[in-house]
Design a protein around this ligand. Sequence first.
Ligand SMILES: CC(C)(COP(=O)(O)OP(=O)(O)OC[C@H]1O[C@@H](n2cnc3c(N)ncnc32)[C@H](O)[C@@H]1OP(=O)(O)O)[C@@H](O)C(=O)NCCC(=O)NCCS
Length: 180
Amino acid sequence: MSDPITIATLSAEEMEATLPELLAVLRDAIAGGASVGFLPPLDDEEGLAYWRATIAAVGGGSRVLLAARWVGGPILGTVQLDLAMRPNGRHRAEVSKLLVLRAARRQGLGRALMVALEAEARRIGRTTLILDTRQGDPSELLYARLGYRLTGVVPQYARSADGTLDATAFYHKLLPGEEG
Ligand SMILES: CC(C)(COP(=O)(O)OP(=O)(O)OC[C@H]1O[C@@H](n2cnc3c(N)ncnc32)[C@H](O)[C@@H]1OP(=O)(O)O)[C@@H](O)C(=O)NCCC(=O)NCCS
């Protein structure tokens, strides 16, 4: 990558101010067949409802969102940390919705978002990370290269746009910092 990119956490207010960009990232991923909870076509109402709920979670302190952009440009990718809020899980978080615009893929943004997310997770003491992804997707390679270990595979977990019930691979990674 030659151009400078910035990756930063967004506050609820910053997310509100960039709602159209966030919606565009989600819409693009769904249109491209990503297995991230929704089926195409994603209408604006459904997408906005999702982002509004995410903004509320960020505002309430149970979610962290990181966004990547070329300096001065629109948001090109996002990733989230969903923080376990139960007393026995305050060291744990789920990585979700790693999304990079199709036009910006294979330039290192996905990896950079994950590296930044892990730094943030460590900073806030969330050292046990879990995530899941459709088995066979490119994301599996990315996670494996970042040191995520395959926890297991659940067959027929998520429906794809063509109606198939696909297997989902669950991964985990223990970041340095937590004992035992
Ligand atoms: C997964 C995703 C976030 C990757 O974003 P990206 O910015 O293209 O990823 P990077 O450029 O940082 O790639 C890092 C590594 O991941 C692997 N990788 C990423 N995309 C790949 C692809 N299409 N084919 C093969 N390997 C791929 C490669 O090992 C790559 O390293 P390399 O480019 O040095 O070979 C992006 O493809 C995406 O948004 N997909 C749709 C949403 C999704 O499925 N998210 C995961 C849900 S859990």
